[in-house]
Design a protein around this ligand. Structure first.
Ligand SMILES: [Zn+2]
Length: 232
């Protein structure tokens, strides 16, 4: 059994949501290094550049061409329902990182990346390296995957296996974690790191939520804004 510890909201971890490539912004450094000592943490600039490529199951697996709009008839709409955000809000998801700042997630989803293509389609939560990452709810581990951009990642289904949660840039998985395993809400599934293209001095969790198609493939889904899911 992996350590179960429900994230609390009490402690605010500075969260950054704005990872985008502006290009040409060089030398961005966090002022100091995060530590787990509980001491004061450095203030973060309002906007930081993580030089992190867009990362989604689609990008990872390269298998989705279509990107349905948020409204109208979309693949999987009947399967998921017309308001997946409202549905997921009823799941009352835990935060993937203890004390993560929900308000700080606002806007991260839509940040534009290099080339002006798709948005970020995820939120980034800054936290000290090795901070535990928790399953936001119960469900099956769909895939443990290493990608150049996302590094060490986890794809986890929700209990209905109609949604998928994506945790990226992990330092490592929790001991014993394996594909197909069912985890409980709050279980530690990994640890914050900088694998993939995260800047080495900016450990953070890249967290995404996807509404799957009726094929229920972990790599094929419509990204949902995590902020809207958590906003209370
Ligand atoms: Zn990110």
């Amino acid at each position: 059994m992996m350590g179960k510890r429900a994230p609390r909201r009490g402690r605010m971890i500075p969260a950054l949501i704005a990872c985008f490539y502006a290009g040409g912004v060089a030398g961005w450094l966090l002022h100091g290094t995060f530590s787990n000592s509980g001491g004061p943490r450095p203030a973060l600039p309002a906007t930081v550049e993580l030089q992190e490529p867009h990362e989604t199951p689609a990008a990872t697996a390269g298998k989705i061409a279509a990107r349905p709009e948020a409204t109208g008839d979309v693949p999987g709409a009947a399967f998921i329902g017309r308001d997946p955000i409202a549905e997921l809000r009823r799941h009352r998801l835990l935060l993937p990182v203890e004390g993560a700042d929900v308000k700080g997630m606002e806007g991260g989803f839509g940040e534009r990346r290099g080339g002006g293509g798709r948005g970020h389609e995820a939120v980034d939560i800054l936290a000290p390296r090795h901070t535990p990452v928790h399953a936001v709810e119960g469900g099956r581990i769909a895939k443990l995957f290493f990608s150049k951009a996302g590094g060490t990642t986890i794809y986890q289904f929700d209990p209905t296996e109609r949604f998928c949660y994506y945790y990226a840039h992990l330092d490592r998985y929790a001991d014993g974690l394996r594909e197909g395993q069912t985890v409980s809400a709050g279980d530690v599934i990994g640890y914050v790191g900088t694998t993939g293209n995260a800047p080495p001095n900016t450990p953070h969790l890249h967290f995404a939520v996807f509404a799957l198609t009726d094929a229920r493939r972990w790599w094929e889904g419509r990204p949902l804004d995590p902020y809207l899911v958590y906003e209370r």
